[in-house]
Design a protein around this ligand. Sequence first.
Ligand code: AMP
Length: 455
Amino acid sequence: MTKFSDLNLNPKVLKAIEEAGYETPTPIQAGAIPSALEGKDVLGIAQTGTGKTASFTLPMITLLARGRARARMPRSLVLCPTRELAAQVAENFDIYAKHVKLTKALLIGGVSFKEQDALIDKGVDVLIATPGRLLDHFERGKLLLTGVQIMVVDEADRMLDMGFIPDIERIFSLTPFTRQTLFFSATMAPEIERITNTFLSAPARIEVARQATASETIEQGAVFFKASRRDREGSEKRRVLRDLIEREGEACTNAIVFCNRKVDVDVVAKSLKKYGYNAEPIHGDLDQSQRMKTLDGFRDGSIRLLIASDVAARGLDVPSVSHVFNFDVPSHAEDYVHRIGRTGRAGREGKAFTIVVPKDEKNFEDVEKLLQKEIPRVELPNMPKPKAAAEEDKAEAPAPEQTEKKSTRSRSRKSDKPAQEKSSRRSDRNDNNVVGMGDHMPEFIALSFEERRAS
Ligand code: AMP
């Protein structure tokens, strides 16, 4: 097994790693660090939680430890899709570079230009930025990118979702052709493939986890329901959410509730608060200080329920989230994996529940296809029932043990699978084996950050 000491990292970086409590490199680190230190381009296909941040920060610190920054000309650049992720990368730099003299600046929206300008004016070794803010500074003539020796693109697939690819291409073209590029993405969409073919030169490609896996420690469930009337769908869905939270009781110590649309993030948060829940919203339209305050509150436990959009929650590193609730089924199946991956982290148990209304059934089928697994159905007492279904039920008067069948029936109406197959799938539902990261889960994940530091 590779050891950190085999990787040719700067001894001061090794010391910081030891103090952080890391014993062995994770697979992405063992794969990416040697190539990065040789000056090669790296294409890392890895999700959050795999240790990918250290796989680029550690070699960067080692490579930058020699040399000095010139005014307005950062020596390296890390691009992140969101402010939160950029702030997390900056925290990582502080931990790993604590014995090395390196200067860094964080260029993110919501922080005053003046402060950031002053830092850049002095000269920085590492500039960590979101693409839009970086280009703002560039256009104001405050920044030159011609001194960039190493450029990192983190979570490129998320950049694609957020429409940042043209910005990224522009930034690439503003940096020297001779730069080294370290490029990370959880998935390789065709557009991402195109970018890497254009801007990376003979990269070392390291892929560490299968694309569509959900941790084995996450118990999943889905509530299928149809509103009694179409105009009541929103309010009845919120009731289903409250019922789900109540059903979990004290086991639900903290949870992220995902909504597809920002407007629903606000509505759901407001509604939960009205019903006496300790809940706060987080999405891209809130100002930076508000978002940081909410995230800190969620991390320290003073906020129990965080209502979030995908973008706001991406990369959020809170080690112990007991539950994830999908108020909506995500429209991209991969997002389901990212969402539920917020719980069951670090080898802990976690639960993830999804509310599925008829218009989301197709998306939900895509999720199950991606996971190659049927997600168990959850029956809640007092579920709102559409008028037609209520009458149908009365006519059939099902025995109690038929309840479960009924829930599959509403979903399989569209499906033309033979009855035999349906019944065998039904029995699958009863075993709770979730497709897992299995082999890929490194041991360190079983410890919290604090525990790792302390050990
Ligand atoms: P990331 O995928 O970069 O978000 O990292 C996930 C978590 O793993 C972070 O909390 C890191 O502090 C931690 N971590 C990264 N590398 C190691 C390692 N080699 N050993 C133990 N923990 C690590």
